[in-house]
Design a protein around this ligand. Structure first.
Ligand SMILES: [Zn+2]
Length: 495
């Protein structure tokens, strides 16, 4: 297939699948049929096409090479998903139609998962998680088959394993990244233990070794602050902030806030960039509380990145590229929750200092969790034997988070195409960007219009550059994990 035709087909595919996701998860269509869309674009998932593209890429230089590199990343994802989509649709349906009886009501699997974080009675949380786990476990055999298909595909393309396949396609050295995270985990150990112990005693009345998997999300939703972060204030908080900063939160009408209440709407905020830049949806159903505020800010970061992208760029830069970049901008927004000055200025909290402390604890928890996840995924994808994996998963995650793990998730707590690394690289870039903004636009850069202009310049480029390239443009040697720790520990020490 000619390059021009591949690009056109890819663009249509992305727009269609994104629209399908938007309509289904915003509760406007009853069913989601991803397989149907893949069927329509079967020509893009022919394995020979990927081989062909990779060969073409070798001959190209500069912008042309970059564009084909980004295209082949998408074709790689598509080739993998084409093989797994029927099965993953089936698993999705099984979960969606599963019924859980809880508190005299019938709730869906996904609703139940979202409910855990706000149930204050411990026994009730346990009861609900036990019920969720039964369904998760019932789908594990199928999920195992899913991974077998993906691993087989990597070997079809002559790679030793899945990790090597994605490392080559995305140009990321996962081993070095995992080593950086090993360093982070050991460096943050004593501080994290102290912070977590304090939080668990105050909020749950528990020593950390007594925390059960059904407590973790409740603990980190910071129930004490729930009423001080009401759902119906969320949009107003964001408008006040962005207006002061000089950023239009709708990107001049490109971003549509979908706030309508619908029965089947996803309880979690999400962003659907259907046409970049001018048709981007930010879907929310504000419930209030820490997690809700944080995930809304995160999705707003994505939405504005897409909404402010410059339409003069080719589709490869608007829709494709290194997703660590869009994740870094999203983290820049949700990490306002660890910025004491932002917290004090825009949230009406009785104890903003304690809130920031908890928020930092949560961030360290997430980084340590993802540090263990990448280690686990490297083992799982390289030579994981199923019988050991449940144990390996819970051991690695328990050692890093210092809390017991819900080991039933050992096959499902893994994103496709080593996306775990995109999050980790994004957190590093976010820390470096944060330091750059602070040094150049002062500590309250988040309300300095010069800083918002700088951010809009970054947004305008879409994902033309990789996260490593952006770090170098900011004056760093590349993505350096040390900044992530330095930023958190400095904030903590200044509180
Ligand atoms: Zn994200």
């Amino acid at each position: 297939m000619e390059l021009k035709r591949i690009r056109e087909r890819c663009l249509k595919f992305i727009q269609e699948i994104s629209k399908e996701h938007y309509l289904a998860y915003s509760g406007q269509s009853d069913t989601i049929n991803i397989e149907k869309v893949y069927d329509k674009y079967n020509d893009l998932s022919e394995p020979d096409l990927l081989k062909d593209l990779l060969k073409q890429k070798e001959r190209l230089r500069n912008e042309e090479e970059r564009k084909v590199r980004y295209l082949s990343m998408l074709i790689g994802e598509l080739t993998e998903s084409r093989k797994t989509v029927a099965l993953s649709d089936k698993i999705g349906e099984k979960k969606a139609s599963a019924k859980i009886f809880f508190n005299g009501e019938e709730v869906s699997y996904y609703q139940a998962s979202a409910m855990i974080e706000s149930i204050s009675e411990r026994e009730k949380r346990k009861e609900l998680l036990d019920k969720i786990n039964v369904i998760t476990d019932e789908t594990n055999d199928e999920v195992k088959n899913l991974w077998d298909i993906s691993h087989e595909l990597a070997r079809y393309f002559d790679y030793d394993n899945y990790v090597d396949f994605w490392s080559k396609l995305k140009g990321v050295d996962y081993e070095t990244l995992a080593e950086g995270m090993d360093w982070f985990i050991s460096e943050s150990e004593s501080t994290y233990r102290e912070l977590l112990s304090e939080m668990a005693i105050v909020e749950l009345g528990l020593e950390i070794d007594k925390i059960e998997p059904y407590d973790t999300r409740y603990l980190f939703n910071m129930f004490r602050f729930r009423d001080q972060l009401p759902g119906d204030e969320l949009i107003k908080v964001v408008e006040t902030w962005t207006n002061e900063w000089g950023i239009d939160p709708t990107a001049y009408g490109n971003v549509t806030f979908d706030t309508e209440t619908r029965k089947r709407k996803s309880p979690r905020a999400f962003c659907a960039p259907v046409r970049v830049p001018d048709e981007v949806y930010l879907v929310i159903m504000p419930r209030g509380g820490f997690s809700d505020y944080k995930s809304f800010l995160h999705e707003l970061g994505h939405a504005l990145h897409y909404g402010f992208a410059n339409s003069k760029y080719p589709m490869e830069y608007l829709y494709l590229g290194d997703n660590a970049v869009t994740e870094a901008y999203a983290f820049t927004f949700d990490h306002m929750m660890v910025n004491p000055l932002w917290v004090k200025r825009y949230l009406s909290l009785k104890d903003p200092q304690l809130f920031t402390r908890y928020s930092i604890t949560y961030s360290i928890f997430m980084l340590r969790r993802y540090g263990a996840k990448i280690r686990y995924e490297l083992i799982f994808h390289r030579d994981g034997k199923d019988s050991d994996m449940r144990m390996t998963y819970s051991d690695l995650l328990r050692k890093s988070t210092l809390m017991k793990q819900n080991d039933v998730n050992y096959l499902q707590d893994i994103d496709a195409n080593m996306y775990v690394a995109s999050y980790l690289r994004a957190w590093i870039l976010e820390a470096q960007l944060n330091m750059y903004l602070t040094e150049n636009y002062d500590e309250d850069w988040f309300r300095n219009p010069k800083a918002s202009n700088f951010m809009l310049d970054l947004f305008s480029m879409g994902q033309k550059y990789t996260a490593d390239e952006i770090a170098r443009q900011l004056g760093y040697k590349g993505l350096e994990v040390e900044y992530m720790w330095r930023r958190l520990i400095n904030t903590l020490n200044d509180l």
